[in-house]
Design a protein around this ligand. Sequence first.
Ligand code: C5P
Length: 226
Amino acid sequence: DAPFVIAVDGPSGSGKSSVSRAVADRLEVGYLDTGAMYRALTWWCLERGIDLADEVAVEAEASTVPLELSDEPTRQRVLVGSTDVTEAIRTQEISTVVSQVATNLGVRAVLQQRQRDLIAEIAEARGGCVAEGRDLTTVVVPEATLRLLLTASEEARLRRRSLEVHGQDDEDAVAATRDSVLRRDRDDSTVSDFTVAADGVVSLDTSELSFEESVEAVLGLAEEVR
Ligand code: C5P
């Protein structure tokens, strides 16, 4: 039997992480946040004083970084060696520079292979895996049981990110979020296309959906293919 894998892609603020985690939790399968791997590698390189512009050096770190991710959707921890970086990789400092690491094609090849291996392991151990990022449906696991692209209007995405980062979504908070979010999406989209659904990928616009409605919609789609 082919392993049960749900691949979810989308831009920042599309709700992909929170929805994917809730879906994995409800289906009682494992979870992989591939963005956390790019973030953890970025944290590690900064920690070691590696120049992020040095593509060869950063690629070498991608092969050796001692990364460990728990596959538990509700208590996801990220370890680099013995350091728990779960919170440290969410800082603005990391968000600002992570695209520089993620647009390094050597790094992508290494992490994509690690992601394939991890998804296979998790799916085997947990009876399935929900994996999310930017290029899961197109590059990492195009053979997934269900492939989904979560989209949302720019306004909805900025509002959500603003709530996440600043704890509020008033005009000032949204404005403060705008530049960094749009710039990161623009940089990221130079190496993977997560704005249009590829052939066979189901597109779900969450702009008008509540969190719970988004989760239900994905669970409905999963039901059809499981
Ligand atoms: O999903 P998240 O915002 O945590 O991802 C952080 C960064 O990791 C993205 O901005 C992007 O640069 C990179 N990424 C990627 N490919 C993925 C997942 C994340 O390039 N599959």
